[in-house]
Design a protein around this ligand. Structure first.
Ligand code: HAM
Length: 428
């Protein structure tokens, strides 16, 4: 095993961090359920074609970032780089258009992209996403944006900026695209090599290139929202009206194009400060053609996904770790006291209390040290005297030295009730 390390861009989550993850996932599930969304769990592996067809052959994700391999039967499989494609596959496969035409789903879990790792960008990362399938009207876009903003805010991240754009539809985008290519051609000597290539295949992507020179060219480019057809313009106007009504501030970013090909009409990103270049904590948009592209009926849809690793980076900068139930620690001396301690712990755990002992069974002093190190709130002392009297000595590790509660004896048969009451008081 010597020398074998975790894979680059992937990380272990140790218990001190897991507390954060469990808390985050719990809060997010709560918010989604409050909006009427049900949890969808799909496999981590899908057929490669699912992603290349939906995300787009000429996107960075499909061209260079997928973890793809040949299965034993020769079929090509890919570790999911995102959740929308799987959700749509499931919608089609389970005949949801008939069973529940308007489906509201959320999901959480790991995604895989072979990107260059840096702060906030990993090769295995976790997303929480939500998809609303079956509704074409702007109310759906507004609901999704509200859910995105509320989800991130529920985790304590309120200093965010919402950016909004419309990418038009199959009726108006081709003409815009042509106009954009004409403009880009006039400036092509200033574009980077990647953008020269993008100009042919995916010209909209030139708009969000990070290179300084391309940036300058993009600044003067025609804007999609000036080229929207009447239907798209009306849709966008109504989405903005809904956001205004909810007092969700946003600004329009004419150059937000998103890195996945399935989008049309509304697209949005939620940005947080202090994360460097990886500042998008959530993003999404409308994808009305995807269900059909993947072989299903014509079903409109909209969704978003939030990057939990990035959100956590922000949270751990300032917030304190989510609290756990207070810890009870039993310190015992002698064989008989140890057996009694085991029985008491069994009862306490069954009653829902969080209790530990130092299983190394060292000296009283060593056990006390361990209790302190583990952050015990109460230490229960059990030795010959306590056994004889049928009591337990309880030390409150946070009570002041002269407090009455510092050390007291509680009858063994009242111990569980007493500790439950105290635990509830602390957790309040
Ligand atoms: P996306 O913009 O590719 O959209 O990813 C959404 C979020 O996932 C990003 O804003 C970011 O916070 C996080 N993220 C993406 N890549 C990484 C990475 N390598 N490391 C850490 N975090 C990352 C989608 O995935 C769409 N499926 C969203 C969607 C759902 N659209 C409609 N429905």
């Amino acid at each position: 095993m010597e020398g074998i390390r975790v894979i680059r861009g992937m990380r272990d989550i140790l218990p001190a961090q897991s507390i954060w993850w469990r808390w985050m996932e719990g809060r997010l599930a709560e918010v989604c359920e409050r909006f009427g969304y049900g949890e969808l769990r799909t496999p981590l592996l899908e057929q490669t074609a699912l992603f290349s067809r939906s995300i787009g052959e000429q996107t960075d994700i499909v061209e260079k970032e997928m973890y793809t391999f040949e299965d034993r039967d020769g079929s090509m499989l890919t570790l999911r780089p995102e959740g929308t494609a799987s959700a749509v596959r499931a919608y089609i496969e389970h005949n949801m258009a008939r069973a529940e035409p308007v489906s509201r789903w959320y999901y959480m879990g790991p995604m895989f992209r072979h990107e260059r790792p840096q702060k906030g960008r990993y090769r295995q990362f976790s997303q929480m996403g939500a998809e609303l399938l079956g509704v074409a009207g702007p109310a759906a876009d507004v609901e999704l944006i509200e859910l995105m903003v509320e989800s991130v805010a529920a985790l304590g991240l309120t200093q965010t900026t919402l950016e909004l754009n419309s990418l038009g539809c199959t009726a108006c985008r081709p003409a815009y695209r042509d106009g954009l290519v004409t403009y880009l051609k006039q400036h092509d000597e200033r574009l980077c090599e990647d953008c020269k290539r993008r100009m042919q295949q995916n010209p909209l992507r030139v708009l969000d290139c990070k290179q300084e020179a391309c940036n300058k060219v993009a600044e003067g480019a025609p804007r999609m929202i000036d080229a929207l057809c009447d239907d798209c313009a009306q849709h966008f106007f109504a989405v903005r009206g809904g956001l205004d009504g909810l007092k969700i501030p946003y600004h329009i970013n004419h150059r937000m194009v998103r890195g996945l090909d399935y989008y049309g009409r509304t697209t949005f990103e939620l940005l947080a400060e202090g994360l460097g270049s990886q500042n998008a904590v959530a993003a999404g948009g409308r994808y009305d053609g995807l269900v059909e592209t993947l072989g299903g009926p014509k079903v409109p849809a909209v969704g978003f996904a939030a990057g939990l690793d990035r959100i956590l980076l922000k949270l751990t900068e300032s917030a304190e770790a989510p609290s756990q139930a207070p810890l009870i620690f039993i310190v015992s001396r002698g064989e008989a006291a140890w057996t009694k301690a085991l029985q008491l712990m069994q009862g306490m755990r069954r009653a829902g209390l969080r209790v530990m002992s130092d299983v190394r069974q060292g000296s009283f002093k060593a056990q006390m040290k361990r209790a302190d190190k583990d952050g015990a709130r109460w230490v229960l002392l059990l030795a010959e005297d306590e056994l004889k009297q049928g009591v337990v000595t309880v030390k409150d590790m946070q009570a002041g030295a002269d407090s009455q509660d510092k050390q007291q004896q509680i009858a063994e048969d009242q111990l569980v009730d007493w500790l439950k009451k105290k635990t509830e008081e602390v957790e309040k």
